[in-house]
Design a protein around this ligand. Structure first.
Ligand code: ZN
Ligand code: ZN
Length: 482
């Protein structure tokens, strides 16, 4: 489906620079698939490049934009809303009237045909565009002068003044795309979503790296919080850092965004691992949180910190903080890192910390759309493998498939197609007392921390589980609560 503001609700989003568009609204009367002549990294480097000529305009290399990207596996990343007029097709008429997507590949050989998954993805884009803009029919041009068709290749845009080009180099199997459109099965065949979320990181070397969000977070935590902090504070920091980057889409690797570097530590890595798939959100959309060193006993809203009132957000309010400092270190908006440390030392979990500092925040990956809040104590994580279906996973865990679908809806665009590698939160059925009696050990857990959380002694846990004098526990181990 296409949202009211022009985004494919099933595609990943990596918004491109806004000044790489015409200001005119795109009329969306047709579709032009391009050949990327390469892979995503190369394309993203151009799209996000700020390289300019002496006269201040973008260089030919940097002057590139397109609505989105169709990867070999059929996953789609959208850079601009479909109402935007990108620079893809070389002259103003097609650029302000047609929607354009790059198709991965075509580097060697140039005429490499789209993969079946790319065919399906292009067909899905065309089908949804046609419904969105109310095209009466979908067809290719009859001849070189036909300007009333809906589907053109880039080189065919010479009829509107575009420069001659080989693009898309005979890569588009129109018969297959039109056949896929003709099938028009309902629901539309879903391309496989990318297994993870990615962020574009402008590295100091000048290279723009497309990075897995968890890999990125592991390079941020050592700098933005540091090894040796309490586990729950590190987990809260990881969730905040990931949400910040995903809300931004592209980030600098220094203090302009968040510091990213080569240091890695076992405890910061484990904290990131423990909150995989968990993000901060409002109404289901990942939002940009802020955080800072410490406050003076109370955090503040953007307006209270002297920022433009337009930067106020309902989740960025001033709240009490137990960090024990008397002056601000940092802007004071959002999560006080020393306050997070204090709360963690006093036994708060990372989600309690986040809910304290971000008023009314939703925690994607923990909160379900309805029903009980899923915390690590009453849920487990399952990684989807080839061949899994919601039903097969439900049977394995002894649950109704809806019980798995509901808390993971934000990860699943089509309940019939589970993205391989996707991490599903699986609720564990409560016992008769309404409390889960078995706990699966998470990264960062210790017997001591669990005894604090459960309000019992280390010895009680050891006795209930026959641990003897063994106090080391391992991730994934199942412990009976005493
Ligand atoms: Zn092209
Ligand atoms: Zn504080």
């Amino acid at each position: 489906m296409i949202t009211a503001d022009g985004w494919l609700d099933w595609a990943a989003r990596a918004p491109g620079p806004l000044d790489k568009c015409y200001t005119a609204v795109n009329r969306g009367i047709g579709y032009v698939p391009h050949s990327a002549v390469g892979f995503y990294g190369g394309w993203a480097s151009r799209l996000f490049s700020g390289e300019r000529r002496a006269d201040g305009r973008y260089t030919a290399y940097a002057a590139a934009s397109v609505h989105g990207w169709v990867a070999y596996d059929g996953s789609v990343t959208q850079h601009y809303p479909l109402s935007a007029s990108c620079w893809a097709s070389g002259s103003e008429y097609p650029n302000t009237n047609f929607i354009a997507f790059e198709n991965e590949g075509g580097f060697d050989p140039e005429d490499e045909l789209l993969t079946p998954a790319q065919v399906q993805a292009n067909a899905r884009i065309i089908r949804e565009l046609a419904a969105w803009r109310g095209w009466p029919e979908i067809r290719r041009p009859h001849d070189d002068g036909d300007t009333a068709a809906r589907l053109y290749e880039h080189h065919e845009c010479v009829r509107w003044g575009s420069a001659p080009t080989a693009c898309p180099s005979r890569r588009i199997p129109w018969d297959s795309i039109l056949a896929a459109l003709g099938e028009g099965t309902s629901p539309a065949p879903a391309p496989q979503p990318a297994p993870g979320r990615t962020v574009i990181v402008h590295l100091e070397t000048g290279v723009d790296a497309v990075m897995d969000i968890d890999e990125y977070a592991q390079g941020v935590l050592p700098y933005e919080m540091g090894s040796g902090w309490p586990v729950e504070a590190l987990k809260a920091q990881a969730v905040a850092a990931k949400s910040y980057a995903l809300a931004a889409g592209a980030v600098f690797s220094d203090t302009r965004s968040q510091v990213y570097g080569p240091l890695r530590y076992p405890d910061t890595d484990a904290a990131v691992e423990a909150v995989r798939g968990v993000y901060l959100a409002k109404e289901g959309q990942i939002v940009m949180p802020f955080y800072f060193g410490h406050c003076n006993g109370r955090t503040r809203s953007p307006a209270q910190a002297g920022w433009n009132a337009a930067s106020n957000r309902p989740y960025l309010k001033g709240v009490e903080c137990a960090c024990g400092n008397t002056a601000y270190f940092g802007h004071g908006i959002g999560m006080c890192q020393r306050g997070a440390q204090t709360m963690a030392l006093q036994g708060s979990s990372f989600d309690e910390i986040l809910r304290h500092f971000y008023t009314g925040i939703e925690i994607l990956g923990l909160d379900s759309g309805s029903g009980p809040i899923l915390t690590p104590a009453n849920a487990t994580v399952y990684v989807v493998v080839e061949g899994d279906t919601l039903l097969s996973i439900a049977v394995r865990f002894g649950l109704d498939w809806g019980a798995i679908y509901t808390p993971n809806r934000h990860l699943i665009s089509d309940p019939n197609v589970l993205p391989v590698g996707c991490q599903l939160v699986i609720p564990r059925p409560a016992t008769e007392e309404g409390q889960p009696d078995v706990y699966v050990v998470q990264p960062g857990d210790t017997l001591f921390a669990l005894s604090r959380r459960w309000g019992c002694g280390v010895d009680d846990i050891a006795a209930a589980n026959g641990l003897g004098s063994e106090t080391l526990i391992r991730v994934g181990q199942r412990l009976r609560k005493p």
